[in-house]
Design a protein around this ligand. Structure first.
Ligand code: ADP
Ligand code: MG
Length: 399
């Protein structure tokens, strides 16, 4: 799960981490009220969307010369003008895709005099089974280019969670940032605070970009992105309450209500599968046959007719779907029960695209009979390879 910048900053502030003052705003009035509480005379108005690259982003509705999603404002009138221009409009950044994201929230924050921008992030490094701290002196809006063109400017320090954060980790971070004197001490302290926050909040990723050195010699977090391990959210009700469903794909939100694991993808073949491993294999074999999956969907072990129907509806809401492949292994669930669910669901949703079903497992013969006698144009398949071939052929035929 992701949260907004202003929410992440609220969480980090509780760990004593240096954050410029700021206020979230849903309306132009709130933005101006927020700015009034700040010392001024420099304010920054920031679009709150679950995507980075806002500074260099462009608003769809505004001209090419218009300012992006992070704006310096030099007066309350400027704050008002920027808030008016940004709210309700669609910001397109390198991370949003062409569709962009509508800006429904702003964050009005203190303008900081920046001496230098740094980069610091923490993530779970599965390969080493450790927490990786990724550090660079080249922070700011071009970090992707730095990673690509001059990877030697990026240092990775890994921390064994069983051992925890040690003073030498802090020194390594400060050294990699080439800091001396008091700034060096501040960096060591900050690295430890960030590690503590990362572990205590069960983060999957915590990125600070930029971390800045101010003209008066302080380290401040100017921008942060945080994402959390969804499986640990039950331990963090305050974080869970920060979820903003308007930032998520509506189909994915609906799927989570039915306890379906659904991820929308770019292809044209909808997949309904039980078990994540089988779902992955199904997607692979669709690709092997020259087509692309429209989604990942795991209906889970105990799929009921209701769940199967909901899954069908979610798949069909995607206008790109030109065919559906159902690949279910009836282990705990029996194939005849699944077949009944599929037939019922296909009737309920007035299925208009080709449907290929591959069933295997307990009562598979009864299941196949139910599909064949349903009067619906369901194509039955014998194995995974056969199923993928058939759905790709059906979609080609229908096109
Ligand atoms: P994004 O990463 O989405 O582009 P950032 O919050 O990192 O958004 O802002 C982009 C740039 O704007 C930063 O690299 C920094 O130079 C500048 N900036 C952001 N917040 C402030 C601030 N409070 N004061 C001064 N400059 C800022
Ligand atoms: Mg940034």
């Amino acid at each position: 799960m992701n949260i907004h910048e202003y929410q992440a900053k609220e969480l980090l502030a509780k760990y004593g981490i240096g954050i410029p003052a700021g206020y979230p705003a849903l309306t132009v009035e709130e933005a101006v009220e927020g700015a009034k509480k700040l010392p001024g005379p420099l304010y920054v108005v920031k679009a709150q969307i679950h995507a980075g690259g806002r500074g260099k982003g462009k608003f769809k509705e505004l001209g090419a010369d218009a300012k992006g999603g992070v704006r310096l404002a030099k007066s309350l009138d400027d704050v008002k003008a920027d808030a008016t221009e940004m709210l309700g409009n669609t910001l397109v950044t390198v991370q949003t895709g062409d569709a962009g994201k509508q800006v429904n929230r702003l964050y009005v924050t203190d303008g900081v005099d920046i001496a230098k921008e740094y980069y610091l992030s923490l993530l779970v490094d599965r390969a080493s089974g450790r927490v990786a701290m990724v550090v660079s002196t080249e922070g700011g809006m071009d970090i992707e280019a730095v990673a690509h063109d001059t990877p030697e400017k990026i240092t990775t320090i890994t921390i064994d969670p069983a051992q925890g954060f040690m003073p030498h980790h802090g020194r390594a971070v400060a050294f990699a940032l080439k800091l001396s004197g008091d700034l060096n001490k501040q960096a060591q302290k900050l690295a430890k605070q960030l590690y503590t926050a990362f572990m205590e909040l069960d983060c999957a990723m915590l990125e600070i970009n930029p971390l800045v050195e101010t003209e008066d010699g302080n380290l401040l977090v100017l921008d942060t992105k945080m994402s959390f391990d969804s499986n640990a959210l039950y331990r963090h009700k305050d974080v869970e309450a920060m979820r903003d469903e308007t930032e998520e794909d509506p189909s994915e939100v609906e799927a989570s209500e039915y306890d379906l694991a659904y991820i929308k993808l770019d292809g044209n073949i909808g997949c309904m599968v039980n078990g994540a491993g089988l779902a992955m294999a199904t997607m692979d074999i669709i690709k092997l046959n020259g087509a692309f999956p429209a989604n990942f969907l795991d209906v889970g072990g105990g799929a009921t007719t209701e769940k199967v129907t909901a899954a069908f509806k979610i798949i069909l809401k995607d206008p790109a779907v030109e065919g559906i492949l159902v690949n279910i292994f009836g282990g705990i669930m029996k194939c005849d029960v699944i077949a009944n669910g599929i037939v019922q669901a296909a009737k309920d949703v007035n299925l208009s695209v080709p449907l290929v079903v591959r069933l295997e497992g307990t009562n598979v013969e009864q299941g196949k009979d139910i599909l064949n006698n349903s009067g619906l144009p369901i194509v039955s398949a014998d194995d995974l390879g056969d199923a993928a071939k058939k759905i790709v052929a059906e979609v080609k035929k229908a096109a």
